[in-house]
Design a protein around this ligand. Sequence first.
Ligand code: B12
Ligand code: SF4
Length: 528
Amino acid sequence: MTTLAEAPSRQSKSIPSSRVGTDVLMIYPKTGIDFGSTVAPPHGMLAIAAPLLKEGYKVKLIDQRVDKNWKQHMTDALDTNPICVTIPSMIGTQLRYALDTAQFIKQYTNGKIPIIWGGPIPTIVPEQTLAHELVDIICVREADITFKEVVGALQSKQSLKGIAGCGYKDGGKLIINPERELLDVETLLPVPWELVNVEDYIHPDMYLKVNRTLDIGETSRGCPFKCGFCSSASLRLRRWRAKSVEKTLEEVTEMVRKYNLNGIWMRDDEFYVNRNRARGICEGFIRENLNIRWYTSGTRVDNFIATPDEQVAIYKQSGAYSCKFGAESGSQRILDLMKKEITPDETMQANLKAKKSGIIPVFGLMMGFPTETFDEIQQTIDMMIRLRKANAAAQFETMTIYTAIPGTPMWDLALNYGMRIPETLEGWINFVFDDYDPEGKRSPWYNAEDRNKLGNISYMSVLANSLENVLDSIQSPFKRKLAKVVYALPRAYFRWRLVNKHYSFDWDLKIVRYLREKIFYRGYFIFK
Ligand code: B12
Ligand code: SF4
């Protein structure tokens, strides 16, 4: 049997070795919620493509979310006999599309072209991923260099034996090589934007309320904190590595000017870890007169309240229109359990400080931790009500249900409380979603009735709060307006229900669940 370390290369087929066609075909699968700002550029794929392009490989990136003819384009590229195909995946619906795509590719190519998987799933469950019949090779953790080395070895029919950070199959045996050191992010190559149609990722923004917003990627990777639920710990080993102020400014300025952006997202796990650097970047935005609104994924409330007012004013002046705070819970016991190292009072203070500075706070809240009672969940909802009372501009994301993920600091606790890891790769598809836990695999510390209640609260929080913001990112102004008018009544109703604790009956949420299964999971382009 041919080992994958000696996988068939392009030379073994009819295409001559001179580089015609595609050398590396990258497919970004749908995620199931593919409209508006959720369609962010496939930064993981772009990152691993950059070193290949520098070496002269021809890379084709097909994003199923934006390319309606992706299947045709994919088969066209497969017909040119690439060295390999790559597929990333997060846990959740994206995995469903990733597996379907891999299945199609295997059949179409008679299994002749190796499929390389990378991203969060192979990193958290490498053996389980590699064992799957639709997976030939995996890259674990940051693959910027690993992937280039794997492609080089495949092309020259060499073994993958010495390549740190990858796994492969050898005569039926699963081989996972030692890990690779994390990278110095200052040395990363620029994002190869030429591989995508950047306009496909420029949206009206749900938080910034400007029409040309682009997620420009990360200016730092990782986070030194140890919140028990967070994947950053497992994926990036709690090491915060940042690009310099100069490099960040250069990259942002170029994109803003080239694409006439009025909004940007920076996807850092924790942008503000080094406040001097954050200040330097903001001063640069002002100096360069970028005139943008910007947003970054993570902001700790303790960091924000410790920041001098004069520095927050610089953030604001530079365009920090809104700030996303990981508030997580209104219960101190639960915050301590997850080692968040903040207090509900600090969250209230951050809310007021944001109000005073003219920054719109967006709060992330969670529930469903082992041992968490409904009284404690109610404390979180009460905190949400207090936050909005103190600051009418405060926004809320979906109240998510805690999902234990391998490698996260609370993983062992969840296992001790009876959580069962999905036995197959397919098991991770529905693992994160509230209404797919009938057997109590994900939250076994609750009974079936309480698990259903958790699902109801989470859905109600989407309908009462976060959906409104997402609708603001619909491209077409007409559809945007229509969606908001249609949605106004349900929003008021679900707000009322959430605030008044009507979590148990759910005939109406059954309709919502049905629609999600029938519409979002089918990947329709309904909102484009
Ligand atoms: C943007 C984003 C999204 C977007 C979609 C992504 C997009 N491009 O549009 C949206 C909003 C849709 C989304 C949704 C979800 N997300 Co998300 N998301 C992110 C986020 C913030 C940024 C991803 C990114 O671009 N990173 C920048 C790139 C450069 O880093 P990277 O992706 O890690 O890529 C590197 C490696 O992973 C690897 N790599 C990546 N892809 C590939 C592919 C191949 C073939 C190879 C070889 C290597 C490789 O090499 C890259 C370079 O080093 C990350 C957090 C983060 N900072 O990464 C979370 C993150 C990926 N999401 C996560 C989760 C949990 C979700 C949800 C399940 C949340 C939920 N409860 O609903 C949903 C699932 C969606 C679904 N239905 O399937 C988790 C993943 C956990 C896990 N172990 O799977 C993360 C890590 C957040 C976290 N800290 O918990 N998400
Ligand atoms: S939740 Fe935020 S602060 Fe906590 S570890 Fe993750 S990225 Fe860091």
